[in-house]
Design a protein around this ligand. Sequence first.
Ligand code: SF4
Length: 461
Amino acid sequence: MCGIAACVGADYSAHIVKHLLIQIQHRGQEGAGLAWITPQGQHRLIRNFGYVVNAIPDVQEQAPMAIGHVRYSTTGTYTRKIEELHPMYIEDGENVLFLAFNGTIANYKQLRKELEQYYTFVTDTDTEVLLKLIHREIKLRKDIIEGVRQALTKVQGSYSLVLMTKNVLVLARDPYGFKPLSILKKDNILLACSESCALTTLMAETTDNIMEVEPGQIILCTKDLEIFYNNVDREPERRAFCAFEYVYFARPDTIFNGVVIYDARRRMGELLGEDENETIDIVVPIPETGRVAAYGYAYRTGKPIEDILVKVRYLGRSFIMPKELRSQIARFGIVSTRLRGKSIALVDDSLVRGTTMRNLVNTLRRLGACKIHVRIASPPIRYPCFMGIDFPTRQELVAHGRDVEEVRKIIEADTLRYLSVENLVKAIGLPEKDLCLACFTGQYPIPLDVSEKEREFYREG
Ligand code: SF4
């Protein structure tokens, strides 16, 4: 998962894109990048590791066009090479092609083999393959839209992307619609961002003026803000909006496929609270992403909610840290006086590896909770994702090959309940056929061999 942003038409587009990236920092914390075109047609690029505010200085230079990226790597070896950060680029004579993308190209290794006769590769990432594939097709077709269309027709996987040359910006979303991408056209400016929350927050806009790039749509925007719409030349039988965006990834004030993330999470919590048969004294949300579901759960069960877990704010999202950087970090402070002798419902959005939950359950018990009922506002994650989330092997998933009781024993809770797949779909409110639920069900929307992909995507930790 990553975040992308773009701006065309503002005097200081690079400055605006930096601030869009800050709004979507939760989508990637390994590094950030910003590329822009000056009014004189020169191109500039800054890429650095760390959070946006540290990685990218304030850009004072005028720029009619800019794109940017926050990185969360899902392919390649985690090496901390600056070349792995986006935007990636190819200089081509007088022109340049920049790419920033969010997603995972499942067939990138095969595509790379075909491209190796034309290009030298400096990273092991799918992004570099995608950039070179698009560059090659544009050269062959001598037309940017035709080149992008042809390249994307060869790609299997998930992507929302922004491309920039010295003259145009191109936006595209894969035909399944896995990942979000929103746009806002206001006065003489076009803004694009992975999440609508960045556009509404930065521009103080209502959501009415935000559009989502349609699945399979390609949008070309010139420096003069002429906009052309086109489509990827491949129509899948179905959509596959990532259900995990609703569960965990996106910010609550984002709209994804017309659904407000907050509303979906709240409904997940309410449905989770249906038929609760344990005695619960207090509902304890696991911050931040478990909180909205906990509100729904507390509302449905009629139990008081107590925010007694205090998130250590400056830690970042441990889930999207590369595995090499994850450690037994202390993620929460605990107001222990509120839990002594209490039976608590501990509500989280999802359970992936289970190690953080087991540590937390044990700590809460040690601090005096008498019963700990873990409530998860999504179904058991039993299968890996090859479309943009970094849980690539079955062995890493605590629920793979285990029933709920076996998982309960591992996390050492008194009871454990998950939301069913049926209720997850109901909470999101979109037809099941339009959602990717593969990490819960093992039914992948794109044809792939799980064992083969696990080998390809496995990264040494
Ligand atoms: S497998 Fe899960 S995380 Fe991956 S795209 Fe599908 S729903 Fe999203």
